[in-house]
Each structure stands twice: as C-alpha cells, then as structure tokens.
Design a protein around this ligand. Sequence first.
Ligand code: ADP
Ligand code: SF4
Length: 684
Amino acid sequence: MSVDPRYAVLFEPVQIGPVTARNRFYQVPHCNGLGFTRPRAEAAMRGMKAEGGWAVVATQECEIHPTSDLAPGCEARLWDDRDIPALAAMAEAVHEHASLAAIELAHNGFHAANLLTRTPPLASNHMVTDSIQPLQARAMDLADIRALRRWHADAAKRALKAGFDIIYVYAGHHMTMPHHFLSPELNQRSDEYGGSLQNRVRLTRELLEDTREICDGRAAVAFRLAVDDMAGTGGMQAEEEGRAIVEMLAELPDLWDVNVAGWPNDSQTARFAPDEGYQEPYVSFVKQVTTKPVVGVGRYTSADRMAALIRKGVFDMIGAARPSIADPFLPAKIEEGRIDEIRECIGCNICAAMDWFSVPIRCTQNPTMGEEWRRGWHPEKIAPAASDAPVLVVGSGPAGLECALQLSNRGYSVTLAEAGRELGGRSRRESGLKGLGTWSRVRDYRATLLSQRADVEIFLESELTAEDILAFDFAHVYLATGARWRADGVGRSTRRAIPGLDGVAVLTPDDIMDGALPGDGPVLVWDDDRIYMGGVIADHLAAAGAEVALATPAPMVSPWTENTMEQGRIQAGLLAAGVGLRLSQRLVRIEAGEAVLACEYTGTETRLPCATLVTVTERAPERALYDALRAQDHGLTTLAAIGDALAPGLIADAVHAGHMAARNHERDPAEAEAELFTREMVSL
Ligand code: ADP
Ligand code: SF4
C-alpha cells in the first residue's frame, strides 16, 4: 500500500551520523516507572513502539554512576557491566523491528539525592539538593570533573556493548549536570568551568567530544538541550544563551533533540497548553543554526501538522513521548492511511504521575501501556471471540466504550445501551469543563470506531432497568453505569453528612457538568477530594462570573496534581481569577447562610458567607441496576459491574477496567485471576 502523498515526507529515511532512521518518527526519552527494576516490561514496551513504526526508540534517563542515584525512582541504570543485560534486552526488542535504539546517559548532579548509595551528591557548587531532602551537594573540584567524564565515557562504552545506536549527552529539564553547569544561576564557579558562557559550555563540549571518540562511527551522538527555561529574563532564554549554545556546538553532535525546561514546561498538560506545537516558538531557530538533524516535541498527534513541520523545515524528525504512549502504532496508522484509528493523547499527564510513584506507566487513552509484558497485552491485537454469543454493555462512559470496542475487536456482536442523548459518560461531561476539552478524545476515538462496525448496535436515550435486561436475550451483560458525586459532604475528612446543608443551595460537579450554575451570592467549593476536580470547578465557575472561594483541608489547591505537574499553574490560575483560597481549612457545618470552617491544625473556626455550596468530596458508584439484578435469579452467564460502577477512579482506570473485562470475557475466572499479571522477581 502506498502512503498518502500528503504524509510521504514523514516516511523518508534520516541519516543520523553513522546510522539511518527508517522514517521521521522519533520516540524521545521518557520515564515510565519500569526501568532497571522491571527490565522485561521496559523492553517489551519499547519494542512495541518500534513495532508500531517509531524509527528511533529511546530509553528514559539512564543513571551512569552511583553518585547519580535517583532512588526511589526507577529509571534506566548503567553503573557497571552488570546493568548491561537489562538494557541490551531493550535494544534487542527495538532492533527486532528495524528501529534504532537510543540511550539517554545522565548524571543528575544535585538533582540526585543519592538516598540509596549514601554518597554526597555532586554539583557545580556547594548547594542544597533540589529535592527537599536534609542534605547538600558538594562542589566538584577538577579531579571530580575528570572523574565525571570518565564515568560518562564508561557508560557510553557499556551502552555500545548493550547494542545502542544513538548515545545521548543530556542537558535538560534542570535535571542533569551539563544543564547545571550551563546555567548562569546554578554555576557560580570561578575556574575554567564557570563564569563566561564559553566556560560554562566546557563540560558539555568535553562530554560530547568524549562520547564521539568512544562511538567512533559505531553509534551516533545525540545532544538533548533545553534551549529555554521559560522563566523570562530570570533564566536561560532561547533567543540569547540558548541560541549561543547551539551556535557554539552546532556541528558537534550528530543530532539535536531540543526542548524547554523544566519537565512541567516540557510536558505541559492540555489544560494549560491546549495546542500542538507549544514549544515551537522556543525551538524553531535550531535548524537555522545547525546542519545536523533536529528533533523536537509538542504533543503532536495530527499527521497534517507533522508533515507541515518537516516541509517548513522546523524539524527533521517528529519527536514524541506522550503521543507514542497513547498510540504506539501512530506511525503505522499514518503509513497505512488509518488516521481515524489514531488514539490521540489527551494531555492529562497520568503517564507522568505514575513515574513519580515509581509504578508501571499507565495511560488514559492506551490501557495496554505498561501491560505489554506483564499481562501480554498488545495495543492492536486481541484474542478472537470464544463463542458467537452476543454481549450487552450498559453505559457508554470510558469503561463501557472501551469494553464494547474491544469485544467488537474480538469479533463479538455487541449492543451498547446509553441512558443519555450522547455517548461518552464522564469523558464527554468532564470535557465541557474549563480546560478539559481534549478529554473528549477518550470518547471520540472509541465512538468513531464503534460507529463503523456492522456488528455493533448503539442505543441512545435507553435507560435500562433490570426487567429490560432480563427481557432481552443476552447471556452476557457488563454494567458500566458510572458513579455520581455525593451531595452530602461525606468524603476524606468526614464519614458523616455535613450538618446544615439543607440551609444552602448545594451543587455537585455532576450538576455543573449538566449545565447548572449557582444563583446569586457567594459560592464555596468544598474540595475534600484534593485530586483535580475541585480546582477545575472553581476555575470553571469563576470564568462563568461567580464569586468563588475554595476551601480544602490540604495546604495547597488540588495537591494530587503535583503528580501531573500542574499544581503550580492551577493555583496561579485560581489566584489570578480572584478565587478566594481557604487552605488547611475543613468545612464543619453550614449555619445561617455561612460556611463554618475550622483550621486543620488548631481547630479555630472562621465563617464565610455562602449562598451556594459545591461539594467535591467523593463519588458513589451507580449500583442500583447491578444490585437489582443480583437480588434475583437472573440466569445470566456473565453479570459484572465495571469501571466507576465498581470502584470510582481516574478515567484511565475506567478505560483499563473496560479493556480488562473484554480481554477476560468468557475466560475461566479462576484462570484469569491466577494470571493477573506476571511479576519480575529479584532472583537469589
Ligand atoms: P465509567 O467512567 O465507569 O465509564 P461514566 O460515569 O463515565 O462511567 O459513564 C456511565 C454511563 O452510563 C453514563 O453515560 C450514564 O448515562 C450511563 N448509564 C447509567 N445507568 C444507565 C442505565 N441504567 N442504562 C443505560 N445507561 C446508563
Ligand atoms: Fe497522553 Fe494522558 Fe496518555 Fe499521558 S496518560 S500519554 S498525557 S493520554
């Protein structure tokens, strides 16, 4: 099959020093919570990207020495030769599909607290570590710098032994030593490695030269540089020192991988950077300065946009972390003209959150991400149907849609019943809230494919009862009926209803998603949930013109969103919108048109006028249908509640639950449970 001429440019090979990428799709380094602790899972996940058409597939950052110990994180590691086999497995998995394997060597300097190795962290100067740990880094002398070069060189030799084709020097995200030395703020040295830009670049130049010498034509040398700190005049700026660095090192690496720093700026969520290409204003100059191939990122999911970037000479290769997580087969789908089948990243950063927790990566859109090895899930392949018995799925939220789609992929004929007028459940409803528009992609991808299937029937405005279901002829029924936010204030802080709610207008996030707005007077958002919804609702209502305050027992707004790297922007946005923040405050009761709040620490009470209270506390599973069926002799072979109807969680959890149900459909439950997942064991 020939490639659509509009996209043919994306499938041209690219020479990167001594190696050739088969096309222009480049999976840039990204963390994933697998790393050296789960090497088989890492290899399978990266291999899947290669199978899906990414011509270059990179590791995450790879610690090169025990003085760069990111514990309890689990990144890649090349401290000594014993670390080679784990990474060789990954390189091999990538090579199986004719792609190039890249490795991002990293010394993390004062970003590594060395909690495991208990060696004092190293830095350009004496300074506190950038993680909040009770220890400081020590300034490196010239012997330390020579040692650092040796460690980097030794790691490069090991990377070659492991079979890597592209070896990185990494100066980005404020996370690595070369970046720290480049920074005029961090690097306060007075020797030949500090002061002038020429001096601050010295370490990076030496590392690039050392790596080139070691590679000696056997592998390419890539340089990852954050050209802008996005801190205005307070940091490195693309048009000033960023550009000067690229000019000074222009032809030294075989490839430039350019982005912005730190990680929360590089991986901005769609809530704050809704458009593809948000990094272009910072990085597009690079190609004018070097003749070497340039790769850049910007959460690109549109084939037209990608092709335009190549034609306009912005990049030579399209870099992606998140779009390759949401759809490892994105390149193959463009190549085969299956644009409709691309699972577009929604920009929610649940993938990044799991890296912070050091658990296997997961993705809202792609439930197979991180499950390639331990559950044997392939994003594009699924076992054929075990029978020709049709299946009824009730509810078309993320769980129901994914379950229906995967059952259909298996070859089952599926009936999907939805009470509402539109498909999508919470992925549709939440996408109507300020900043969450892209979340509708969870519905769009699945609804589009389901609408094309001859063996799938979709019934809207069909709120089914237990009697309806039993009157049909289905033996297999999945209930994906979702959950509703509670209106009584029960949540993390209290298991009892909050007194006085009958004296105030009470709304829940569901009411607001259904279009309700508060009446006149002050609104209090009581955020006991502390994940993302409280901040979203306050922002949404403030934008609609309400006078809004937000109270939460947490010392900051939406604290869980530190994991999605949005918390700072959320709090800044609410302050800018004039939302009154009542932090470390617990709602104790409503009394005479006022909310009574108590300080989390002292119990001191304060009062706040409140005409409308929005409770963001906890969700109650919609179990009535399930319970009604279970209460009788239903005779169904399969009856299961899935997703939020079973246990409310993230949209990612609901999609995963729908996927799991479809994979396990008509499997022996005992066998499915026994094979929950394969573990990587420490061997003795
Ligand atoms: P999840 O996140 O688990 O997929 P959602 O809350 O997003 O759950 O979606 C649940 C969907 O189920 C909603 O669209 C809701 O309208 C639908 N639903 C709930 N009860 C019924 C029912 N009895 N019959 C048909 N659809 C239902
Ligand atoms: Fe994109 Fe969200 Fe998936 Fe990450 S978790 S790849 S941001 S859809």
